[in-house]
Design a protein around this ligand. Structure first.
Ligand code: ZN
Ligand code: ZN
Length: 341
């Protein structure tokens, strides 16, 4: 079957991979939609590992239920793409994101478990979740990134009336901004280097204002608006300069949540963090509870994630979609791939 394989630095090729075979354990899923994730961009940037089939955000139809007796052929499902061991302390306390095994065999992030940039995938039965009928295919593929934003917002511990700055207006930034408002933030700002994305955050009504991070007066503009600084900053950029300036933007006693991933060490003036008694927190993935929460929030119409979906493209346009998402000028934040298109 056809798949988009990572071939080189910023390069995919459409090639053939073997179809997964039913083994009475794994659930075989026929992919309907796969979202392209910001974290996939890191692999794309480096071209590593070669042959990787990405796509860890997906909706599909069950072709073979494996050991999941409650599922039947044709059921629409999504899944947590992670591979926690299930028996360590982290797993037993409901925090699979801390498990050492979580990323080892993750779907779309490891060579042994191809993701949704192909027609059919095999998924661990305990990670598969059936979608309610009123959750669309696209919404199902949005659950995973939505859960990343929810987890970050939970860790940010936002209080009613807080002022929140989200750094980076990609999909995780926009979702975090949406949840910050739901948590009762009085003012939510987004900083972005891409003007189209900054404006979009305001147009979509998830941010009250956007700040141009490329502007040489960026910090001055922030201080004018928020002289005492923001209560909470959520970093969705993983950028060293951005994180250094976040220490200046957060108020004394405030919190910075790091969601964006940097492959390189980050340099910042730790003295500022000390003098301002800043709390720095990392945020990775989600708990199973948060993942399920997102499905029910979507199903119960408490959140609208479809406003973030920009486009759906065929598998053959995967390369173009990645180029669009990294252009620095295009407003797109979420592009879905339909392998049957
Ligand atoms: Zn993702
Ligand atoms: Zn574990």
């Amino acid at each position: 079957m056809k798949a988009a394989l990572l071939e080189d630095v910023k390069k995919f090729k459409i090639g053939e991979i073997e179809e997964p075979k039913p083994d009475n354990n794994k659930v075989i899923i026929d992919i309907i939609k796969t979202g392209i994730c910001g974290s996939d961009i890191h692999n794309w940037d480096t071209g590593n590992p070669k042959g990787l089939v990405m796509g860890h955000e997906f909706t599909g139809k069950v072709i073979s239920p494996g050991s999941r007796q409650d599922l039947k052929i044709g059921d629409r499902v999504t899944a947590l793409p992670i591979s926690p061991c299930g028996h360590c302390e982290a797993c037993k306390t409901g925090n699979p994101q801390y498990c050492k095994e979580t990323w080892t065999h993750a779907i779309g992030l490891s060579l042994d478990n191809p993701g949704g940039l192909t027609k059919k995938i095999a998924v661990r039965p305990d990670m598969v979740i059936k979608l309610p009928n009123n959750v669309s295919d696209e919404e199902g593929a949005m659950v995973e990134p939505t859960a990343v934003g929810l987890h970050a917002t939970h860790l940010a511990d936002i209080k009613v009336g807080n002022k929140v700055l989200i750094v980076g207006g990609g999909i995780i930034g926009l979702i975090s901004a949406m949840f910050a408002k739901l948590e009762g933030a009085e003012f939510v700002a987004i900083s972005e280097t891409n003007e189209a994305r900054g404006k979009k955050a305001v147009d979509l009504n998830v941010a009250d204002e956007w700040f141009d991070a490329k502007d040489t007066n960026f910090l001055k503009n922030i201080y004018t608006k928020m002289p005492n600084g923001f209560d909470i900053v959520i970093d969705c950029s993983g950028n060293t300069n951005a994180i250094a300036s976040e220490l200046m933007c957060v108020k004394a006693g405030g919190t910075i949540v790091l969601v964006g991933i940097s492959q390189k060490p980050i340099e910042f003036a730790s003295v500022i963090a000390v003098m301002k008694e800043i709390t720095l927190k990392g945020s990775i993935a989600y708990t199973k509870e948060e993942f399920k929460n997102c499905i029910s929030l979507i199903s119960n119409k408490k959140i609208d994630v479809m406003k973030f979906v920009d486009d759906t493209v065929p598998l053959s346009d995967t390369q173009k979609a990645y180029e669009r998402l990294t252009s620095g000028t295009d407003s797109a934040v979420k592009i879905m791939v339909d392998p049957n298109k």
